[in-house]
Design a protein around this ligand. Structure first.
Ligand SMILES: Nc1nc2c(c(=O)[nH]1)N[C@H]1C(S)=C(S)[C@@H](COP(=O)(O)O)O[C@H]1N2
Ligand SMILES: [Mo]
Length: 258
């Protein structure tokens, strides 16, 4: 098979898998220039859409054990003073339950034992903070995608919101608790995990114990620490100041791609 035939075959397969209409027609291309024009623009659109989706599904770079940073900075909240968090911390998180609710068929309340029994992934990745520093660590956690499938995310849901225990700015009574959100493409990305281990140890308090998000294609502020609840939602407007995250409400990008 020629390289071109190979390429055509791949494009047809991609279009077919994305439900593209042009694939079925492209073997019997009509000579009429108007038909040609329509087909070409449809093909272009399909390819751009597919290209965007393929880019979103690409894996973030993973590193070797030797690359792990000796000194990974803890940033933002590092020791939440919130009463419910202190209670869980003192109790060794025995009564902690990660709630998964909102637009789901079967709400969940998972203990750390339950969470560790879920399908997990271990990955050595680089954390990039918007302030200009980076560190590499090994994270282990429950993959978010199968967990959401277990809860049964409803069709109306478009985002996953992560509610956190910590009030980042206790001096500002209006600040509210830290929260973050991602769309369903990132929620189902293979490297998106609810991390409960960092470098082979239970997640330290400074880095978000007992559970934090790792969404590896995005910047540091998306990596929600101290997660108390995960909510499937159709709209981000009701949360915080409506921009989808604590820092987004203060001017940062919602999609913080790296
Ligand atoms: N709940 C919560 N999550 C958070 C923050 C925070 O203050 N509270 N800070 C964010 C920012 S800006 C960064 S860079 C990372 C820092 O993670 P680290 O403490 O493990 O370095 O957590 C992010 N997630
Ligand atoms: Mo950050």
């Amino acid at each position: 098979m020629s390289a071109d035939a190979n390429r055509r075959g791949w494009l047809k397969a991609m279009a077919a898998s994305a439900g593209g209409l042009w694939a079925a027609a492209c073997d019997k291309i009509n000579d009429d220039p108007k038909v040609q024009q329509v087909l070409q623009s449809a093909e272009g659109l399909t390819r751009r859409t597919q290209r965007a989706l393929i880019d979103r599904m690409a894996l973030a770079r993973e590193f070797a054990e030797a690359d792990i940073s000796k000194d990974f900075r803890a940033n933002g909240s590092i020791s939440p003073g919130d009463a419910d968090y202190r209670t869980h911390l003192l109790g060794g998180f025995k009564d902690y339950r990660l709630v998964v609710d909102g637009l789901v068929e079967r709400p969940l309340a998972l203990s750390l034992v339950d969470l560790r029994a879920q399908a997990s992934r271990t990955q050595i990745t680089r954390h990039d903070c918007v302030e200009g520093w980076s560190s590499i660590a090994k994270w282990r956690g429950a993959r978010l995608s199968p967990l959401l499938d277990r809860a049964g995310v409803k069709r109306e849901a478009r985002y996953i919101v992560f509610h956190c225990f910590d009030t980042l700015d206790p001096e500002d009574p209006k600040a509210g608790k830290y929260y973050e959100s991602i769309d369903l493409v990132d929620a189902h990305h293979p490297q998106t995990i609810l991390a409960y281990e960092m470098n082979g140890q239970p997640l330290p308090v400074g880095h978000g114990a007992p559970v934090r998000l790792r969404v590896e294609r995005q910047l540091g502020y998306k990596q929600a620490k101290y997660i108390s609840r995960i909510e499937a939602v159709a709209d981000l407007a009701p949360f915080g100041r409506g921009k989808g995250g604590f820092w987004e409400d203060r001017g940062y990008e919602w999609y913080a791609g790296i």
